[in-house]
Design a protein around this ligand. Structure first.
Ligand code: GRF
Length: 202
């Protein structure tokens, strides 16, 4: 029997991308099992969603550890405990420790609310991204799914989807429209990756 891929979702905030993944699973568009949710923030809304759905969740806060190595090793243990095949960052606002990126090469992906390599890097998250896009006078923006390495928003790009920036657009209106395409793009791309992983593994 072919095993379902075990997905870990990392989040720090409200978790609308997490909900989009759960919806895609429910509609048969994404064939994975969410094995665990990991958050660095005990207040993250995404944790309540996991609890409602009976999905295991672990809060692993950087401040609970003296070194980055210890933090990384706590994450790694959680991933191994839940037999994780693939990791999806969904609004996770901490850098993934090297111990974890090395243990999961090309098995960690992120969705970023702009067309990388533009408008990425440290501090480029949430409304800051959309403000910068508007300020730069860009005519289009979008969402990028990319592999995660030790540098923010740096790994190879897997897929992008574009939308136009309308005249008079605000960071809020742009953020809403980008989020809509994120919710479509992320499950689609994760399903492609799951297919690749399962072909290699079984
Ligand atoms: C999204 O814009 C995503 O691109 C970024 O963080 C935001 C997360 O939103 N990485 P949510 O918590 O999934 O609603």
């Amino acid at each position: 029997m072919i095993k379902k891929a075990n997905l870990a979702v990392f989040l720090s905030g409200k978790g609308s991308n997490f909900v989009a993944l759960l919806d895609a699973i429910a509609f048969g568009k994404l064939d994975v099992r969410v094995a665990v949710v990991i958050s660095n923030n005990s207040e993250a809304g995404g944790l309540r969603i996991a609890a409602d759905k009976g999905i295991p969740a672990e809060v692993i806060e950087r401040t609970a550890f003296t070194t980055g190595e210890e933090f990384g090793s706590a994450i790694l243990i959680a991933l191994q405990t839940h037999d994780v095949d693939l990791i999806a960052l969904a609004g996770y606002l901490r850098k993934i420790p090297p111990l974890v990126t090395r243990a999961f090469p090309r098995r960690i992906v992120n969705i970023h609310p702009a067309l990388l390599p533009k408008f990425g890097g440290k501090g480029m998250y949430g409304h800051f991204v959309h403000e910068a896009v508007i300020k730069a006078g860009e005519s289009e923006t979008g969402a990028t799914v990319h592999y995660v390495d030790e540098i923010y928003d740096n790994g190879d790009i897997i897929a992008q989807r574009k939308i136009a920036v309308h005249p008079g657009e605000t960071p809020e209106s742009l953020g809403r429209r980008v989020l809509e395409i994120e919710h479509q793009l992320y499950p689609e791309i994760l399903q492609h990756l799951v297919n690749q992983i399962l072909q290699k593994k079984y």
